[in-house]
Design a protein around this ligand. Sequence first.
Ligand code: EPZ
Length: 455
Amino acid sequence: MRAYLITGGRRLEGLVPIHGAKNSVLPILAATILTGGESVIHNCPDLSDVDASIAILRHLGCRVSRAGETVTVDSAGLDRCDIPEKLMREMRSSVIFLGPILARTGQARVSMPGGCELGPRPVDLHLAALRRLGAEISETGGSLRCRTRRGLRGAEIHLALPSVGATENAMLAACGSRGTTVIHNAACEPEILDLQCFLTACGARVRGAGSPVIEVEGGIPLHAAEHRVIADRICAATYLSAAALAGGEVTVEGVARGQLAPVTELFTAAGCRIRQEARRVTLTSGGALRRAGPVRTAPYPGFPTDAQPPVMAALTRAAGSTVFVETIFENRYRHAQELARLGADIRVEGRVAVVTGVPALHGAGLEAADLRGGAALVVAALGAEGESVITGIHHIRRGYDGLPEQLAALGAQIAERPPAAETEEKPWQRSESTNGATQGKKESFSTSTSWSPSC
Ligand code: EPZ
C-alpha cells in the first residue's frame, strides 16, 4: 500500500502558500445545487473529499468540470434527489447535501455519512433543524428519507450544540424555505462566514455568520456566482507544528490574521518566535520547546479540535508535560498510540491526554487512522531521528493537497512510496480501519411513503 517515507532531523525553511480550505469548499460545492446555474469556485484544493463532492454533484445530474484550482458546477440539469450509500460513506460532508437537495427538489434520500471515526458523530442536530423547517424525515437501517409536503418554511432553530455541519445544513435549507429563519447557537467558524459570502453572492439574504445567531430570508430565487474559497487554517497550523518540532523558520501565507491565534499563542508559550502580517504568519523554532497549555479544544474562536493532533505531535519533545482536553470529539486521540511507537510519552484518560516531553523520537513504522491524526504522524516523523514509514496515507490525502511536495520544498526528506507488492510482509501493518458509517440516533418512522421512483 502507498506510504510516506520520512527521514527526520532536518530543519524546515521557507514559505508555504496555503491552499483552499477543505471545510469551506465542501459546503460551498453543496450550495451550488441551490442556484440552478453555472457557479465558478476558485482556490479548490486537490483533495479526495473534493473529488467525492464532485462525484455526488455529477450523480445528481449536475455538470462539473475542473481546471486546476477552479471547479465549475452547472446545476441546471439536476434531476435526482438521492445519494447512493457508497458516495455517502466517502466523507462526513456528504450529509451537507441533504439541506440543499431538499430545498431544491422537496425530497431527499441519503444514508448516514462516513468520514473520520472520531466518535459516534450523529446527525441528530441536522435532522432536528430540517424538521423545524418542515421536513418529514424517517430512517430505515441507516438510510434517511426526507420530504416536504408543502415546501420548507422559515423557522426559529435552536441548535443544542454549535455544530458546524448542522449550521451549514440549516443555512442551505433555509435559503430554500419560504419566510425567515433564525439559527441560534450557530457555529462561528470562518468556514461558515465563507459559506455566507458565497450564498449572498448568489443573491441570498443571509447575515450573522461568524456570530451565534444567523438570519436567513428564504424563498429568494438564487443565481450562480463566482467565489474564491478561503485558505485552510488547519493546514497552516499543521505546517507551523512541523516547523516548531523540527526546528527552522516557516511562513504560512493566505490565512486571515487571527484565525490561527490559539495555535500561535500556544507555540509562543512553548518558546517559538511568531511574526504576523495581514495574511502571513512566520514561526521560528530552535526545535527545543518547553511545555505549554493546557490545550483545551473548543468551538471557534477557541482552540480548533482539528489542530489538536499536529500540535500534540509538536510537543512530544517539549521539556515538561502539556495537558490536552478534547471537548469536541469523544475519540480523537487515536494518533497517541502511533506517536508512542516513535518514543513519545502520552497518557490518555478519556478526553484528557498528558504529553510528557522525551529527549528524542526515533523513526518507526506508523499507520494513519484518520485525517488529522495522520498529519500528526507526519509532523512527529519530521522531528524523529531516522526513517519512518507511514501507511494509511489515503486518510491524509482527504485534507492535505501536495503535503509531501510542500514539505520537501521546505527541506524535509520525504517521499511517497507507491503501492508495494501485496505479498510483501510489513511488520507494522494491521488491518486498515474502514470508514464505517457513523450511526445517528434512531429516528421515528413516518407511515406514508409515497415516494417518486427516483427517490
Ligand atoms: C466539522 O465537522 C469539520 N468537518 C470537522 O473537521 C471539525 O472537526 C468539526 O466541524 C468541528 O469543528 C467539516 O467541516 C467537513 P460538528 P462536523 O457537527 O460538522 C456533535 C477535519 O479534520 N454532533 O461541529 O461533523 C459531534 O459528534 C474534520 O477537517 C452531534 O452530536 O462537526 C461532535 O461531538 C474532522 N449531532 C460535535 O457535535 C449532530 O447532529 C461537533 O461536531 C452533529 C454534531
